[in-house]
Design a protein around this ligand. Sequence first.
Ligand code: HEM
Length: 146
Amino acid sequence: PFSEAEVQSARGAWEKIYVDAEDNGTAVLVRMFTEHPDTKSYFTHFKGMDSAEEMKQSDQVRGHGKRVFTAINDMVQHLDNTEAFLGILNPLGQKHATQLKVDPKNFRIICDIILQMMEEKFGGDCKASFEKVTNEICTHLNNVYK
Ligand code: HEM
């Protein structure tokens, strides 16, 4: 449940980072892999994961960064429709829980990196406008595991 004002400011914040979806999505993943190296264990089929420089050039990392950002963008387009928002989030959560077997603690990690990057690039208001979205995403992804 987002108010109209929250929807508008969250969309405005997200647009700033989403205009460079591939570069920024890749930067989020590279930061996750370097600051939390255990997260690389889910991507053993990705090549060139030994250094940040290699990862930034990797077509696999770049493609995945774009994919993650596209999924979040779909959610952001449906903040005003809980059913549609969860219709995107729940199947994605199911896949991460059952097929990919990702430890749910990692969702908070990646969301915090996105917020941190928003603050660095666009300032504290941008981050603040998007915090409720990442909280909703993390809450629902974690609920899928319960
Ligand atoms: C795959 C989104 C967090 C590991 C995917 C896919 C999407 C996605 C859209 C492709 C799904 C498909 O092919 O059907 C997200 C979003 C996240 C998130 C929106 C959080 C906001 C994470 C985290 C990890 C992770 C924290 C692990 C640390 C994976 C793996 C795949 C995957 C291993 C399969 C990659 C491949 O083989 O190409 N994710 N993800 N995800 N995700 Fe996530």
